[in-house]
Design a protein around this ligand. Structure first.
Ligand code: GLU
Length: 301
């Protein structure tokens, strides 16, 4: 592999390598609602290479909280595919569906400290009475001061009228005013499932995640997660949001947009395409190599 110098390895080489981070712990956190597609592979490759390049750990977490949409067979299929592609994760896989008491404890803590409150509003009521924000209607605060005799459906966390800013390692500085852009947001849903925003904060903290590398579709979720980290007394990790893979119609690849599932036999071509997407330029002779060899090439020593 002589001569494969790093100048074209844009993702890892353009100054985004952190200076000797102590005890780097990264993660990949797929939702097992279906097979992995190319967009999820880019997140897996990006988070894996960043962790290994920093001599860190790479943990796997199944974000299977939304039980009607997730399944163990999908989770098993994801693990088989990652293995076939040469990924090696550290420790046991964490399943969010088995950790509800941890999310409940975080909710209890927020309620006790006056940061969370029950909400009786339906989606329709909110849509009818609110302005639109970065991700749909901004919650107008109807139940902030009480339920007014109505039954609780969901739980929300209070937000403030102050910008929350962070330096993303890939996207630069990003700020959001949660009050203007989002409103008090749901942390336990009306169908009784804990919301992604709460679970991800609890798990990133308990797993000691120092660096989150994931798709930029989650950039606008990060200020909500930082807000919860502050309220729960958790450290804020470093963030690196990777460019999102779009299909020809300009839509994000997903189950809803019918993204093609990855096949276990396509490790070489899919990994090389993922490295290309991340701005690296793998040599042609790598196309016959195994997944582990390709990932080994891409790792900056
Ligand atoms: N489970 C999320 C997804 O599959 C990723 C969450 C995260 O990385 O924070 O899109």
């Amino acid at each position: 592999m002589a001569g494969l110098e790093t100048d074209s390895r844009r993702f890892a080489a353009q100054g985004r390598k952190r200076l000797s981070p102590p005890g780097y712990i990264g993660r990949f956190a797929p939702s097992p609602t279906g097979p992995l597609h190319f967009g999820s592979l880019v997140a897996a490759v990006g988070s894996y290479l960043d962790a290994r390049t920093h001599g860190g750990k790479w943990l796997l977490r199944m974000e299977d909280l939304d039980e009607p949409r997730c399944s163990q067979p999908h989770a098993d299929e994801i693990l088989r595919l990652l293995e076939a592609y040469g990924f090696e994760w550290d420790g046991e896989v964490l399943y969010q569906s088995k950790r509800k008491e941890h999310y409940q404890a975080a909710l209890d803590q927020l309620v006790e400290n006056g940061h969370a409150y029950p909400c009786a509003c339906t989606r329709k009521e909110i849509a009818d009475s609110s302005i639109s924000g970065v991700e749909g209607p901004v919650y107008p605060g109807t139940c902030r001061d009480g339920l007014h005799g109505r039954a609780a459906r969901a739980w929300r966390v209070r937000v403030n009228d102050v910008p929350i800013c962070f330096e993303d390692r890939q996207q630069g500085r990003h700020c959001q005013n949660l009050q203007d852009d989002i409103g008090d947001f749901v942390i336990k849903r009306a169908d009784n499932y804990f919301a992604y925003q709460l679970a991800v904060v609890v798990d990133d903290a308990e797993q000691g995640i120092t660096d989150v590398v994931r798709g930029a579709d989650l950039l606008t979720s990060t200020p909500r997660q930082i807000h919860l980290q502050k309220l729960l007394g958790c450290k804020t990790p470093e963030y690196l949001h990777l460019p999102v893979v779009l299909n020809e119609a300009g839509q994000k690849l997903s189950k809803q947009t019918m993204a093609a599932p990855l096949e276990t036999g396509d490790a070489g071509s899919a990994l090389i395409a993922a490295l290309g997407f991340l701005g690296m330029d793998p040599p042609i002779d790598l196309s016959n190599a195994s997944g582990a060899e390709i990932l080994g090439w891409a790792r900056i020593k």
